[in-house]
Design a binder for this molecule. Sequence first.
Ligand code: AMP
Ligand code: ZN
Length: 110
Amino acid sequence: MMKDCIFCKIALGEIHTEFLYEDEYVVAFNDIHPVKPVHVLVIPKNHIAEFIAVEDTTLYQHLFTAVKKIIGEKELQTKGYRIIVNGGGAQDVDHLHVHVMGPVSPSNHE
Ligand code: AMP
Ligand code: ZN
């Protein structure tokens, strides 16, 4: 738990948020400002500042398992999906999060 970290508070249930997926490592929830009809964030439960700070590579399995389940549940397999991780100063929230978005069309890659 990192003080004043909004995603730590979400992961710990201090800010009530519906989880679309949860396991022992990660939770997934809707982005508050969706840029696509589906816009889900997958985050580690533990505070990890950003992608390059991951040390336990088991976390990759849990993150990608969650991403795959979201794609399936949202039926994006054939509608187009986009997976994004911002870091190195490109991120607004300093707690690792994977954006899962869709539907996405080819040549709509802004
Ligand atoms: P990034 O620019 O990659 O750090 O993205 C941060 C994302 O977190 C943005 O898409 C925000 O809309 C989203 N966000 C910020 N606060 C919340 C919140 N309380 N619940 C859900 N999503 C949030
Ligand atoms: Zn945090």
